[in-house]
Design a protein around this ligand. Structure first.
Ligand code: FES
Length: 152
């Protein structure tokens, strides 16, 4: 079992930071190269990450999971203050911009869960109740893809 003894130092080594953040060291280097996180160098030229950077990594990982691109994430993170650790208001302002988008994604996923679960193993394609039925491909006029599942 891994030793999870908490160390409350302000700056963590790459390994310590990677373990705590739940990402690999190469991922941290990638994030840093993209300007998403920053590190400091010791006199021996070793990276040290401020504990405050953990929140940025958590934000990056969460934003990726909800479908935001790294460019969008970078743009959002660029709005955070450099001179101080971002506070609650900074993070709230940043995440509030994505409320509508996140809510739409949640609705789509809920719809997908509810409608698709009904169809898996059913196969009836009932014109009255099936979410994936599309007689004569009438929904093509609305655009590509599964229109009923996406238009929520
Ligand atoms: S296939 Fe039967 S409800 Fe969709």
């Amino acid at each position: 079992m891994k030793d999870v003894t908490l160390k409350f130092q302000d700056h963590l080594t790459v390994g310590e930071f990677a373990d705590r953040a739940g990402v690999s060291a190469p991922t941290l280097r990638f994030y840093e190269k993209r300007g998403l996180i920053t590190s400091e160098r010791t006199s021996g030229n070793q990276r040290r990450y401020s504990r405050a950077e953990l929140r940025r990594v958590a934000f990056i990982r969460t934003a990726q999971k909800v479908g935001l691109s790294l460019d969008e994430i970078a743009s959002a993170l660029a709005e955070l203050p450099d001179a101080r650790t971002p506070n609650k208001a900074d993070w709230q302002r940043l995440s509030s911009r994505w409320q509508d988008r996140l809510n739409a994604k949640i609705r789509t996923l809920e719809n997908l869960r509810d409608e698709l679960t009904n169809c898996i193993g059913c196969g009836c394609l009932s014109l009255k109740s099936c979410a994936i039925a599309n007689r004569y491909d009438e929904l093509a006029a609305q655009g590509p893809g599964p229109r009923r599942l996406l238009n929520t």
